[in-house]
Structures are given as C-alpha cells and as structure tokens.
Ligand binder design. Structure first.
Ligand code: C2E
Ligand code: MG
Ligand code: MG
Length: 550
C-alpha cells in the first residue's frame, strides 16, 4: 500500500511540475510551428484531392469529345454514301434522318470543293453558297475542320465545322453542357495538339490563359504554397487529333472558406499548446530521478566504493563493505539513501543489486582469494531476497569467480513486520549455501530482537546513531549500553558503524573488546587502488595511529 501511494505521488509530482506554464517564447514558437505545419499539411492534402478532381474533369471532357468525334465522323460517312442529287429534297430528307440519330451533331449539310456551304438540314438550300474561312485545320480524323466560324452562328456559341468528302457536320453546343467542375476557378481547353488550335473553352478559363497554357505549359513548384500557383492536367488520347487541358487556378489553402481557415487556425493553436506542454513534460520527465536512475542502471553508471572494516583491538582491516555511488550528469552526486529508496519504490533495485554484485566480485575477488580471512559485505534489499532467482544468480557468479561463499556477508535491514517472513525464509537459504548474514542498522529496525531469536545472524551492525551518541548522556547512549549487554554474550560478530572519533573507538573497545569498527576515523568508502594501498600499509595496526588522530 505504502509503495503504491509512493509511486502515485511521484507520478503526480511529475504531472504537476510539467503543468507549470511553459515559457511564452516556447509557447509562441510551438504555436507558430504547428500553425504553419497544419496549414502546410492542409495545403498538401487539398492539393492531392484537387488534382484527382481536375483529372476526372479532364477525363470527362476527353471521353465526351471522343464520343462527339465518333458521331461527327459516322454521320459524315453516312452522308457521303447518299445517291440522291446534292441538296435535292431527298438528299436533305436523308441528311435529316442521319442527324436525328446523333445528338452531338448539331447540323449536317453539303459543301462544295471551294469550301462553300450549299445546303444543310437546319438552313435548307442556301440561295447563295456561303464560303467558309480560308484558314482550316487539317487532321487525320476529318479532312478539314474550322474552329473560328463566327459569321455562321450567333456569338457565344462554341461550334466547329468538320468536313469529309462533299459533306460537313457541325458540332453541337450542348455536347459538354452536363460536364460540371467541382469548384470555382476551374477551366479547360479542347485543342489540336499540333497546330494548337482551340476548339472549345470550358468554364473558368480565358482565351489568353488557354493559349499560354497550351503553348508553354508552366513549370510548377506545387510544394511551395505560394499564390498564383495553379494545377494543370492534360489528356491527349491516342489515335485522336485533340488534347484536353484542365487548369485549377485557386488551389490548396487559397481555395478555403472562412470556416475552414478558422478550423485550421484553432486546431493549429491547440496542437501548439499541447505540443509545448508535451515537450515540457518530456523534458521534465527526463530530469526526474526515476528516469535518470533507469538510465544510470542501464548504462552502468552506478558503481561501488569500499569502506574498510577494522578489528578495533588490533587495527587490522578484516574486510570491506561495498557502498553504491552515483554521480549523475544532470542531478550531480545522489546519496544512496535517496536512489536506493527510489530504486526500491520502482522495482529497479534487483537489477541494480545484480549489476553491483558482478562488479564487486570482480573488483574485490583478488583480495578475497589472496586472503581467505578477508570479507566482502554487500547490502541487499528485501526485494532482492524475495526474487526467487536471486540466490542462484549470486551463487553462480561467486562460483564463477572462484570465491568462497563464507567470505561474502550479505547485509540486510529489517524495515517492517511484513518483511519479516521473506527475510527469514531467504536468509535461511543463504546461510545454507555458506554465505554470512549481517543484520544491518541494528536498533533502528522493526523487531530486531524477535529476529535475533528466530535464527542467528553471523554479524550484527550497530547503527551509527548509537555510536554517535557516545558522550552525550542521551537515551541513545543509555540504549547503547543496553545493546552491549544484550548482544555481548551472543556468538556473533559485532560491527559498530559511524566511528568518527578516537573517544568513540575507545568507548566501543572498552565495552566490547572484540568489536569491529567502521567509520570516517579510519576511512571513508574508497576505490580499489586506495584500498590496495591501505592493505599494503595497514596504518591502523600501528598503536600510535589512535594517538595521532587526537
Ligand atoms: P549502511 O549499509 O548502514 O552503510 C553505512 C553508511 O554509513 C554509509 O552511508 C556510509 O558511508 C556511512 N558511514 C560510514 N562511516 C561513517 C561515519 O563515520 N560517519 C557518518 N556520518 N557516516 C558514516 P552511505 O554510503 O550513504 O549509504 C547509505 C545507505 O544506503 C547504506 O547504509 C545502505 O543501507 C544503503 N546502500 C548503500 N549502498 C547500497 C547497495 O549497494 N545496495 C543496497 N541495497 N543498499 C545500499
Ligand atoms: Mg550496510
Ligand atoms: Mg548500516
């Protein structure tokens, strides 16, 4: 329950610290960024959709033109098969029958070799033949065709005249009437590919625009949402003498209405705010203890220093305690009291302990092998002991390094009654394998006394709180005297933590002649090289050592 609450508080802390408003500069930057980004994305997606629609518009005109060409050609072929005298009533009647079958043909009639219209279904027989313009287009589908025939039809009606043999046919102005564009500012042009003669203009395109787009197709930089850009799509079906080009002159963000602009602006601003908070959360998350600790464990940044344990009477270094150290780039040097606690609260402790044990065995292995009486103390958490595979892991590594199990002391601290059973079960397994067990921080735990009587640890470490009370006439000092009496007769090694002064060392020695001491009077936790030097010189064995510290 406590763990659960602790975990939740850490998460809450993270959220609260992230919710502190990001700086205005950052916010503005992210809002501008997401605004531009969402405009750009919208521009692109709109452009893709518009391109498809323009292509379908061009395709519809192309298909319709193909049908129209087919009807014009067929009607002319049939007209040329007439046996009746040209422009006779029978001839006109036959032409009328043909015309009735082809809706994209507006009129059909006869033409002389001098390109003069003599009669047609709609005009009847002309009293005077009417000359077509000299400028005609040659193409493979028809013999000739005329696109600019303004004198023949009323203005604004786009029609072309086509000729095969002695017949002509007029395209219908309604041929393309039902072909609709999908939005404003879209237009098309139907023209001949070789001579670039315009047959027909569709929707929003001027003659000049059509001319320029078919004579010199524009180089487009569509990825840039600049104004005056336009989409172009061209289709030139094989075996036909025509092409269709469609243009869309208002595209992407330039084709949006006010509602769409509002939507993009609001969503852009919202995304900017969310992103800015997100980045802040991410950054603060990266700076949190848990994040840094996970990273440090993964990258093997946590290491151990070794604090010597001294047999007080002789001053001999009888072993070392491995103490974890972490110097983080962002957080600086973090105390083990803090990060071990954090690792325990976040289920990171066992992976950390395993990594440290591997390092400890490697670094202290040679000291242990050189001196079979030398001891290595390793701190464990209750979580390590509840992990079923932990003992096997340790045992394999100890064997791999050729180290005696008896030279390894595991220090455990009892913190709650609930942990009592786990400790009991696990320590029994360790003891059976030959390892030593030390009860760390004696006097501060939950029920040290009951633990002591349940089974016997090899070592008891009296918490430094008691040693530091020496000479203070406090409750702790009285308790320390009680501890001397209580554990003095037990068959266990007694280690006194936190000896900082000669007086403390003397007092401990007076009351417990065989005591082992650990403290800054002798040495802080040091690296392997310094330890080697200490072991070589054994400075504490010299009786003058204590005198020199006064
Ligand atoms: P601990 O196991 O009781 O270790 C003794 C602590 O007392 C160490 O603190 C040591 O530096 C400090 N100390 C030693 N002599 C003196 C002294 O003369 N005066 C004072 N004031 N302090 C002294 P440290 O290294 O900060 O470690 C704190 C605790 O963190 C340890 O208490 C232990 O419970 C835990 N810890 C350290 N390393 C590990 C580890 O690798 N694994 C686990 N599970 N816990 C660790
Ligand atoms: Mg310890
Ligand atoms: Mg301790």
């Amino acid at each position: 329950m406590l763990k659960y609450v602790r975990k939740k508080t850490i998460i809450l802390d993270m959220i609260l610290s992230a919710l502190v408003l990001p700086s205005w500069k950052n916010l503005l930057f992210f809002v501008l960024f997401t605004l531009c980004f969402s405009l750009y994305i919208h521009h692109w997606s709109a452009l893709t959709a518009e391109k498809k629609k323009l292509e379908s518009y061009v395709k519809k005109i192309t298909d319709r033109t193909q049908q129209s060409v087919f009807q014009l050609k067929t009607s002319l072929t049939l007209a040329n098969q007439s046996k009746a005298a040209s422009c006779s009533p029978e001839d006109i009647n036959m032409l009328r029958d043909i015309l009735a079958n082809y809706p994209y043909v507006n009129d059909i009639g006869r033409i002389s070799s001098a390109d003069e219209v003599t009669c047609s279904v709609l005009w009847g027989v002309l009293s005077e033949p009417k000359k077509l313009p000299n400028k005609s287009i040659q193409d493979s589908s028809f013999q000739k065709s005329w696109t600019e025939v303004s004198g023949f039809f009323s203005a604004n009606q786009q029609r072309s005249i086509f000729n095969i043999g002695h017949s002509f046919a007029v395209s219908s102005p309604t041929t393309f009437l039902d072909i609709s564009r999908h939005s404003q500012k879209i237009g098309g042009v139907l023209y001949t590919p070789t001579e670039k003669k315009i047959h027909h203009l569709f929707d929003d395109i001027t003659y000049q625009q059509a001319q320029s787009v078919i004579t010199s197709p524009p180089k487009q930089h569509l990825w840039l949402p600049i104004p005056n850009n336009f989409l172009v799509s061209t289709s030139c079906p094989p075996h036909y003498e025509f092409c269709v080009t469609g243009i869309d002159t208002r595209i992407g963000i330039y084709d949006m209405n006010i509602i769409e602009w509002l939507k993009i602006i609001i969503s852009g601003i919202l995304a900017g705010v969310v992103l800015s908070f997100g980045v802040r959360l991410f950054k603060s998350n990266r700076r949190t203890l848990i994040y840094r600790l996970k990273y440090a464990i993964k990258t093997d940044e946590i290491y151990s220093l070794y604090q010597p344990k001294i047999h007080l009477k002789t001053g001999k270094i009888i072993g070392v305690e491995a103490l974890a150290r972490w110097d983080d780039k962002e957080l600086g040097s973090v105390s083990p009291d803090v990060f071990i606690h954090c690792a325990e609260a976040n289920q990171l402790i066992t992976p950390l302990t395993k990594k440290l044990i591997v390092k400890n065995l490697k670094e202290i292995g040679s000291f242990l092998k050189n001196d079979p009486t030398f001891l290595l103390s390793i701190n464990l958490s209750v979580q390590d002991l509840s992990d079923q595979s932990f003992l096997n892991f340790v045992d394999n590594h100890v064997k791999k390094n050729g180290i005696n199990a008896e030279q390894i002391i595991f220090e455990v601290t009892e913190r709650s009654a609930a942990e009592n059973n786990v400790l009991k079960r696990a320590t029994k397994h360790f003891l059976r394998k030959g390892y030593q067990i030390s009860l760390d921080d004696f006097g501060t735990g939950f029920s040290n006394l009951s633990w002591l009587t349940t089974f016997e640890p090899n070592e008891i470490k009296i918490d430094k709180m008691f040693v530091q009370s020496i000479g203070t006439q406090t409750v702790s000092q009285i308790a320390l005297n009680g501890i001397f009496q209580l554990v003095g007769n037990l068959n266990v090694a007694l280690v006194f933590e936190g000896i900082e002064s000669v007086e403390e060392a003397r007092y401990v020695l007076q009351h417990s002649p065989n005591a082992i001491g650990q403290g800054w009077l002798y040495s802080k936790a040091i690296d392997v090289e310094a330890l080697q030097h200490l072991l070589d010189t054994q400075p504490y064995m010299d009786v003058s050592f204590l005198e020199s510290q006064k």
